[in-house]
Each structure stands twice: as C-alpha cells, then as structure tokens.
Design a protein around this ligand. Sequence first.
Ligand SMILES: [Ca+2]
Ligand SMILES: [Ca+2]
Length: 219
Amino acid sequence: MKKSFFMSLCFIVYIFVSSTISYAIGSSLKIGLNVCINDSVTLDALKVIPKSEEFQGNSGEYDIKIVDGEGNILYDAKVHLNFFIMTDPPREVNNTIFYEAIPFYGTNTSIRFYKNEKLLFDYDLKNLCNNDNYCNSNENYLSCPADCPLDKKDGLCIKEQDSVCDPDCPQKQDQDCTAAPAQVKTDNTTRILIAAIIAVILLFIILFIMIRIKTGSEK
Ligand SMILES: [Ca+2]
Ligand SMILES: [Ca+2]
C-alpha cells in the first residue's frame, strides 16, 4: 500500500518535471529542389518550420527519402513532376521545382532524391546548423537553437508563453513582449534548473512524508 503510494508520487513528480522541461515544438522541413530534365538536382530552399501538413506522395518516377546515420529509411514518398507549363499548347521546360513540407527527424539525417532508384541528390542535414554563434543561412530556432536563441531574430515567430519575447512576432502576438519590463527573462538552462530544483524539493517532501508514516506505524 505504502509502496504503491510512493510509486504514484514518484510518477507525478516525473510527469511534472518532464512536462516542464520538454515543451518541444513539433517541426517539419520545407524543402525546395530544382530538378532539371537532364537529372541534375540543386537545393533551392531549405528551412525547418513549425509542424505543418507534410507531403505524402504515392505515385511518380521520383522518390524523396529521409535516411538516418545507419541508412534506415525514415520517410519515403513518391514524387510526380512534370516539365510542362500549361500554356496553350503546353510548353516543355528544362526544369521544375519540387517545393513541399516533409517530416523533420533532426540534423542527424539526410535527404535523398531519386529517379527510378537512381540517386540524384543527397543532402546531409548537419549542414542546417554550423554552431558559429551567428544565426544565418538556413538556420533558425528550430534547426539551430544554439545560434538562434528565442530572443534573436531568425524570421520565425514562436509565440509560446515562455518568458522570452521573440522579436520576430508582430506586435502583441507574443504576450511575453508586452510583459512588464521588470520581468526577468529566463533561457532554457534556467528553466531546466528551476524544474530540477522543484523536483528535488518535491522528492524531499515525499521522503519526509514516507519517514513520518513509517515512524507513526512503528509506534
Ligand atoms: Ca550559424
Ligand atoms: Ca524568432
């Protein structure tokens, strides 16, 4: 009885701590590939964006895949491209753009683009973040939080109530930007530290209660 009570309390503490620390924002990858009729493929656009509807193609001679470091395929969608523009009569063009949102599984993965199983393009997503303390090129908070912390401009408005005013948010969209100036801004490290301190205090309270119950029952 006492053991299950203790286990339940520990579980509540665990849930509290994990929900405080992990408030991860779901994300997708917006990719633009310039595909030429002669099978050359170049990167046109690449950005991690907040989770949005992702491309789920199931027919076509092209394939877009995401593979992890061990070569496991995490995502595979068929792509149909046409090299015509709809004039009257339709006119053939040399290149076309594949521009879609696909899943983002982190920077330890690669994007591969195939035509009839022949690899045309391979991009290592480690290149999304170069950790040089500058928020530049394709980096933003979702792809490179070290270079693009929430309080730096990165072209992405994250309006979570996280005590950080995101300078990319239009006026009044991020309530943290209208908070009293005396309010102390906390970064992720501070938040994790606070959660850990609260967890330790809660554990001490639980242990204290357990010892009191044990002492009471022994009397
Ligand atoms: Ca950088
Ligand atoms: Ca931002």
